[in-house]
Design a protein around this ligand. Structure first.
Ligand SMILES: Cc1ncc(COP(=O)(O)O)c(C=O)c1O
Length: 485
């Protein structure tokens, strides 16, 4: 059944469209275990396929859904596959997938309380759950963002407003001392982008050296802050990382908190990925010190298995966000005792992203999320142990979360000859390229702790040991080609 006009949908039409769409989602989830991760596409063919004139005449929705399954799905990269060992893109939970449709149906604007009463209250409640998981007091608060990058930018803006209040009204012009901030050399690129767009300049981000495990060298941080102060600069913030992008390691959060307190710096922790591990009683001690942070980035579209977008910025002082962003809007009615989320961040019109997270957290529960995080960390440790047991592979950094950074050194090759130069670096890239050419698995190259490495992350809740065992076989086969005549 189809409507004569999309602007006059009947309840039956809406139901039929929804049921047909749900059937596609169900088929897709069922197919995920067998689909190759990497589609057989080229940019030229893909752009050509979708370069069409503006549609002048209508097409019935059954034909459009058929078009989606026939043309879009096969040209998609299957991030939700259990064989995707890639960047921090999870398999979304089905409840969160359908929550997106429910949220869109209500189309609440969560920038203004009176346009989103339940949605505002649900975002507030969900953000408070995240604050509790971080270990914050009841006075903490925050808001959802478009992702971890925007959460980091928001966090650094809040830091600047708190430590250099004049920057909010006067900008950075005329400040007697240039504000500078600190993060490890392995920090996510969004920290550098934040320094850029906040007008600090990328050179105001001081990159602190890391130790051999790729964790911030806190003694070096102390030396850098002291030297910058002596040189007339104004250090205002330090960023610690819980789950470094390249290797998943958790920095010494407590020791960084000590240094931040000693120098009076704002302490921001980028736990975009790692925060999920805080739901596990067993993993939680690794994060000691995160509760001392002034602000924390959490990205539920990573370890909470949310579809995009769903990030969050949390602040220990629950009003810090409002102080950094508040601006008058005479055309929006205010309600006493309400929360106006547009005042807590950059966005005006805001989606009801909290619905998917709220429903998923209720459906799964903190305990099961935590146990699942443990399972993934255990799988990653088993993978690293199994791959490295023959001595021809080495771990580059420890496995703190569900990411392993490994490197092929060859049974009689690089390690025996002590080689770590460009040749052995190129070997890692060639191995990754061979595995990707197989299309069945996805892994990525990175450089961490000064070494070229291969990054393997367990991020799909569908991943089982058998998938990792297959990957080990693929890595070994790809490495064996290095010795082929
Ligand atoms: C440590 C860390 N912070 C921030 C981000 C940025 O998150 P998003 O991609 O959601 O902007 C990432 C992304 O991988 C990350 O690894």
């Amino acid at each position: 059944m189809t409507t004569a006009t999309p602007f006059d949908p009947s309840a039956d039409d809406v139901r039929a469209l929804g049921e047909a769409t749900a059937a596609i989602v169900a088929r897709h989830f069922a197919a995920l275990r067998d689909l190759p991760v990497v589609p057989a596409v080229t940019p030229a063919e893909t752009f050509r396929r979708f370069a069409e004139p503006v549609p002048e005449d209508p097409t019935a929705w059954p034909a459009l859904l058929e078009l989606f399954e026939r043309e879009v799905v096969p040209r998609s990269f299957h991030l939700p596959s259990p064989r995707y060992f890639g960047l921090m893109n999870p398999t979304p939970l089905p409840i969160a997938v359908f929550a997106e449709a429910l949220a869109a149906a209500l189309n609440q604007n969560v920038g203004a309380w009176h346009h989103s009463p339940a949605a505002t209250a649900i975002e507030a409640a969900t953000v408070r759950w995240l604050c509790e998981i971080v270990g914050y007091p009841a006075t903490a608060f925050g808001s959802l963002t478009n992702g971890g990058s925007l959460a980091n930018t928001t966090g650094l803006k809040i830091a600047l407003a708190a430590k250099v209040p004049a920057s909010t009204t006067e900008g950075l012009f005329g400040l007697p001392h240039r504000p500078v901030c600190y993060a490890s050399a392995e920090a996510h690129f969004s920290i550098e982008k934040s320094a850029n767009i906040l007008g600090l300049g990328t050179r105001a981000l001081r990159k602190v050296p890391v130790d051999r495990d790729a964790r911030m060298d806190v003694a070096a941080l102390r030396r850098m802050v002291a030297a910058d102060r002596a040189a007339g600069l104004a250090p205002f913030c330090v960023v610690g990382i819980a789950g470094v992008t390249s290797n998943g390691v958790i920095e010494p959060l407590d020791a960084i908190a000590d240094a931040a307190a000693e120098f009076g710096l704002w302490y921001h922790v980028d736990a975009a990925y790692g925060a999920g591990g805080l739901m596990s009683e067993r993993l939680r001690p690794r994060y000691k010190g995160i509760e001392r942070a002034d602000s924390v980035t959490v990205d539920p579209h990573k370890w909470w298995y949310m579809p995009y977008p769903c990030g969050a910025i949390l602040t220990r002082d629950g009003d810090a966000g409002r102080r950094a962003f508040l601006a008058q809007a005479v055309y929006i009615p205010e309600t006493a005792d309400a929360i106006e989320f547009r005042d807590h961040g950059l966005a005006g019109s805001r989606p009801f992203s909290a619905l998917k997270l709220w429903l998923a957290m209720k459906l799964v529960g903190r305990r099961a999320y935590g146990l699942h995080a443990e399972t993934q960390v255990d799988l990653t440790q088993r993978f690293a142990a199994e791959l490295t047991k023959t001595g021809d592979w080495e771990m580059v950094t420890p496995v703190d979360t569900a990411i392993a950074a490994v490197r092929f050194v060859g049974a009689t090759g690089a390690r025996a000859h002590g080689r770590t130069g460009p040749d052995t670096d190129a070997v890692q890239d060639r191995i990754v390229a061979r595995v990707l050419a197989g299309r069945t698995h996805w892994i990525s190259p990175t450089t961490t702790a000064g070494k070229r490495a291969i990054r393997v992350m367990v991020i799909s809740y569908l991943t089982r040991w058998e998938h990792l065992a297959e990957l080990i076989a693929a890595l070994r086969a790809a490495a064996a080609e290095e010795h082929a005549p």
